[in-house]
Design a protein around this ligand. Structure first.
Ligand code: AMP
Length: 302
């Protein structure tokens, strides 16, 4: 099944207690498409500036990502700078430079328009809407966002949410979006905005899915080395939707498996800066960690 993503591609500068990475490849669509590419073909929509190196473009195409929708515009590429403290769960944004995204008018290539699954990765909700308007008849629309857009573009974001089936968001952002501190109540409120399925990412505490009347809780993989959490949410979404796109099955049990594949991709991603860990994984490693998740959560019935 075809999977399309619109989101950011750019440079990240990241400070963690264990080191710093300057102007490395990042962006929500970059992490998402790389993680999803282990499961399915991905079509990418984004824009980069004149300063974006060809090597980075080659990395994406070497992962079999369709980059015909990656525009190059006059000006500078998107840049994000963030810091993490020892708790590593929450990114503190130090600087966001939208640059070429400020005037980006996304054109969805004709043969991307019939994509069955659309992922609106973290980006300006007005761009998310522009992409949605060009799609023919997607079967599943999923979306991510962050405090930057909840605070800056609340109304546009609410418009996007009306059309979304699945929202993936972290716990702090869910509370902020719903203006409700209790997560269960926040989930109910967000569902009234549009998305009938809500996946709340809770960093090292795992992920929680509200799907109609059912709830599913998955742990995060307890790692010995967590190096840099940047991109964990996007690589989670990539594993999750990549798997759904591969199986073409959106049942509750398939979504539960997809959450574990999302957790697997996120767990590999945080082991190194940028895409260093997830760019060269072998599928066997993904399956092995999937099996470890099963062992980790198994218990006997009474
Ligand atoms: P996450 O998966 O939530 O850790 O997302 C990390 C990625 O989001 C980084 O690679 C950033 O480049 C990207 N990012 C940060 N802020 C924004 C923003 N306001 N719009 C789009 N992408 C962003």
């Amino acid at each position: 099944m075809s999977l399309l993503v619109v989101g950011s591609v750019g440079f990240d500068t990241v400070e963690t207690p264990f080191g710093t990475a300057e102007e490395v490849l990042g962006g929500s669509a970059t992490y998402f498409s790389t993680a999803a590419s282990y499961f399915t073909e991905v079509r990418l929509i984004a824009v980069v500036g004149e300063d974006f190196p060809e090597d980075h473009v080659n990395l994406l195409s070497s992962r079999n990502i369709d980059i015909r929708g990656l525009a190059r515009a006059k000006g500078k590429t998107f840049r994000w700078k963030g810091r993490y403290g020892y708790e590593l769960n929450e990114a503190h944004t130090l600087e966001t430079q939208l640059n070429v995204f400020e005037s980006f008018d996304p054109i969805v290539p004709e043969d991307y328009r019939d994509s069955k699954i659309v992922f609106l990765a973290n980006i300006d909700p007005e761009l998310q809407i522009k992409v949605l308007r060009q799609m023919k008849n997607p079967e599943l629309i999923a979306c991510d966002t962050m405090n930057y857009w909840i605070e800056g573009k609340y109304d546009a974001l609410k418009m996007v949410l009306k059309e979304v089936n699945i929202l993936l968001i972290n716990d702090g952002e869910a509370r902020e979006l719903a203006r409700e501190p209790n997560l269960v109540k926040a989930a109910q409120k967000i569902s009234s905005f549009g998305p009938k399925t809500l996946i709340i990412k809770r960093g090292e505490y795992g992920a929680l899915m509200f799907n109609g009347n059912s709830m599913f809780l998955a742990p995060a993989y307890p790692l010995e080395t967590v190096f840099d959490p940047t991109g964990a949410g996007d690589s989670f979404a990539g594993g999750f939707l990549g798997y759904l796109s591969n199986t073409n099955n959106f049942s509750e049990s398939s979504m539960r498996q997809a959450i574990i594949f999302g957790s697997v991709m996120a767990s590999y991603n945080v082991e190194d800066f940028s895409l260093n860990r997830i760019r060269g994984l072998e599928y066997r490693e993904i399956e092995e960690r999937f099996t470890e998740f099963k062992r980790l959560t198994f218990f006997e019935d009474l």
